[in-house]
Design a binder for this molecule. Structure first.
Ligand code: HEM
Length: 326
């Protein structure tokens, strides 16, 4: 399954082919927030919806109506079977020639493989949503960082381009936003403990650790990302630490491993991070953000379920950029 993910489902080319889906769904999110401008919204729920809409369209080729079903796909596997049946009849009818337009179910059918599809994408939705929640929370609590990130995105996307079509073409220019996301991933990795792995080969040693055969190893990424031996003021949220810094989450630096590392590293990095960056850039380009009445800052308490999420849903007030409040 992992090999299929890396080579087929989540390859750079495949991820790029879903660009229009990401842009459409993020634009829908902006429309909903614009309609709610000036009122508190449950941003946690909205971020989860946008991520699952993008994922279900990419995975199943179905739009909104499948999104809710996707969330219960594990319990209700018949939904997935129905999707696969639909794809099979479409293929039998010979309506599936263009590789670019294939969704991920088509790819799996090509490979005669459907196992674990639901679990895999569910994991991607939860982690990507969690990353966005933490980044927004950290920026709201640090107005200096938020302003700097907003300045950058409004400069890059200023003029008609930003208002009419907020696309991915210029995302690479948002260097400061990259640092903000990296710093949030460092302090709040959605999977603080990497997936347990069993040493099945032979006894090995690395550093001061001896790992004998048949031992389960659990890597504490959370502790590594905050280790004061590698990070100055390790507990501080300070995106500028990544200026001119060669370390990033796709490199092989083992002091920063929010996606794991090596052969078992997350195969969904590119799929997830494209959603994360486009959504966050849109949120801070189109809106200024206020806390609900009576709230001074965001409570950053985490809570460990399948992932390390915020304990409390994120409620914020979007103010459409440029709108003068009464
Ligand atoms: C953007 C947020 C994401 C984060 C922070 C994240 C993080 C991780 C981490 C830490 C691991 C464990 C790596 C290890 O044990 O060494 C992992 C594994 C995995 N991730 Fe992600 N992930 C994200 C998004 C996604 C997405 C969007 C998908 C799929 C669409 C995905 C699919 C997977 C799969 C299938 C594995 C298991 C790989 C294996 O068992 O070898 N992830 N992820």
């Amino acid at each position: 399954m992992r090999k299929i993910c890396t080579l087929e489902l989540l390859s750079a080319k495949r991820v790029q082919s879903f660009r229009h889906i990401r842009e459409e769904e993020v634009s829908n999110l902006v429309d909903s927030l614009t309609a709610a401008s000036g009122e508190p919204v449950d941003l946690t729920r909205m971020l989860s919806t946008v991520t699952s809409s993008i994922t279900s369209r990419a995975a199943f080729g179905k739009a909104q109506e499948l999104t809710d079903a996707f969330m219960v796909v594990i319990e209700n596997i018949s939904v997935l079977d129905q999707v696969i049946e639909d794809h099979k009849s479409r293929r039998r009818a010979g309506r599936n020639g263009d590789g670019e337009k294939e969704d991920l179910v088509d790819v799996l059918l090509n490979l005669q493989e459907k196992q674990n599809l639901g679990e895999m994408f569910l994991a991607g939705i939860e982690t990507s949503t969690t990353v966005m929640e933490w980044v927004m929370s950290a920026m709201i609590n640090d107005s200096r960082v938020l302003q700097k990130a907003q300045q950058e995105v409004r400069q890059v996307y200023g003029g008609d381009d930003g208002k009419n079509h907020f696309g991915e073409a210029k995302l690479d220019q948002l260097k400061y936003l990259d640092m903000v996301i990296a710093e949030s991933l460092r302090l709040h990795p959605p999977l603080p403990l990497l997936i347990p792995r069993e040493n099945r080969d032979k006894n090995v040693s690395f550093g001061s650790y001896e790992v004998s055969v048949n031992t389960n190893v659990i890597v504490n990424a959370w502790a590594i990302n905050r280790d004061p031996r590698y990070w100055t003021e390790a507990e501080r949220f300070f995106p500028e630490r990544f200026v001119d810094c060669p370390i990033d989450y796709t490199s092989t630096d083992l002091q920063f491993i929010p996606f794991g590392a090596g052969r078992r590293m997350c195969p969904g990095v590119s799929f997830g991070m494209k959603i994360v960056k486009l959504t966050l850039a849109s949120l801070i380009f189109h809106f200024d953000w206020k806390l609900p009445a009576g709230q001074k800052n965001i409570n950053m308490t985490g809570c460990f379920r399948a992932t390390l999420r915020r304990q409390y849903a994120l409620h914020l007030i979007p103010i459409t950029y440029g709108r003068v409040l009464p």
